[in-house]
Write a protein that binds this ligand. Structure first.
Ligand SMILES: [Zn+2]
Length: 338
């Protein structure tokens, strides 16, 4: 017997759903999708599970709620989980927290599922516990199987947004929910084949204290995340006419915090991002045009490769590298500690 899980990421991406975005213009669907993708990949580690998603996995359309629930009912999935993130006023504020919705008047399995999931949301997001809520929502009302709707933190919260912008956090949340569902349902992990050759420990033992280093990764048009590079190496491309769309920067072996802003096509300067948070957009075809990077107590130098112009001079500690108002894409970046 296959255990079938119906899912959806709330809404659609790329502005197809009005509203449903952060005050900086990032779409709710993109956050929802990242959690759902991590959930699906983790669920694959368990035996006899099939996960179906009823939103548009490309984010290009906003599948009507009735279509989602009709399909889930026709497929007779065993449970249903809808992934969302919350919003309050659409302007930045200090509210926040995570909650799980169950249809009013429903107890039994839906409530049990919410009780299995809600503590994991609190733990993995590290946000306030707004508890299980009984509501009247299309998804939880019109599905014929136990269903929950998750609101994983507020998109317009100055406290919650750093979690939503962290790929690592969203991945942990998706995996955590998968493990919680598996535990609740008593699902078994698939047997992992034993490696045929012994795994060698290739890392030499560290003997001395490590010096700080700066690690960064670029999300490039047509390529996606490129892999991390560090200490002055090039992230992005040159000579390929590809725009840099998003960037993460973090410090290793240092307590200092990165403060980074980017100038995004059509959106202007973003708010500050810190260690490992994504700045820029993913899947929205918007170019980065300039960046500013600093960290208290460290000297950071960086330069960007701008369309037609090539490498800019080295900039440091919060100076803008790149252009604004010229519609030129950044194609690559180098960052180093000096
Ligand atoms: Zn939503």
């Amino acid at each position: 017997m296959t255990f079938k899980i119906g899912t959806c990421a709330g809404h659609g991406g790329f502005g197809v759903t009005p509203g449903k975005r952060t005050p900086d213009g990032e779409y709710e669907w993109n956050f929802n999708d990242r959690v759902l993708c991590a959930f699906i990949s983790k669920m694959k580690e368990y035996e006899g599970v099939e996960v179906k998603r009823y939103d548009d996995p490309t984010g290009k359309t906003d599948v009507p709620l009735k279509t989602r629930t009709d399909k889930a009912n026709a497929d007779k999935v065993d449970i249903y989980i809808s992934f969302h993130h919350n919003a309050n006023s659409g302007k930045w504020g200090n509210w926040g927290g995570v909650e799980t919705h169950v249809q009013t008047g429903i107890k039994g399995q839906a409530l049990e599922m919410a009780q299995a999931v809600q503590p994991i949301l609190v733990k993995t997001y590290g946000l306030r516990d707004r508890k299980i809520k009984f509501s009247d929502l299309h998804i939880t009302r019109e599905t014929k199987m136990p269903a929950i709707l998750i609101e994983g933190g507020f998109m317009d919260s100055t406290t919650d947004i750093s979690k939503l912008r962290s790929d690592a956090v969203l991945k942990d949340v998706g995996k955590g929910i998968a493990d919680a569902i598996a535990k609740w349902k008593g699902l078994k992990k698939k047997a992992t084949p034993k490696p045929t050759t012994p795994i060698k420990n290739t890392k030499p033992t560290e003997v001395k204290a490590k010096s700080p280093s700066i690690v960064y990764e670029a999300h490039v048009q047509g390529i996606g995340w490129q892999g991390k590079v560090s200490n002055g190496k090039t992230a992005g491309t040159t000579g390929q006419s590809k725009r840099l769309e998003a960037l993460t920067v973090k410090l290793e072996n240092s307590d200092a915090k990165i403060e980074m802003e980017a100038h995004v096509q059509g959106l202007g300067w973003t708010t500050f991002r810190t260690n490992g948070e994504v700045v820029g957009t993913i899947g929205e075809s918007l170019r980065l045009e300039a960046v500013k990077i600093k960290a208290k107590g460290l000297d950071i130098q960086y330069r960007v490769h701008v369309e037609k112009d090539g490498w800019t001079p080295w900039k440091k500690n919060g100076e803008a590298a790149g252009t604004t108002g010229l519609s030129k894409r950044v194609e690559a970046i180098q960052i180093k500690l000096v």
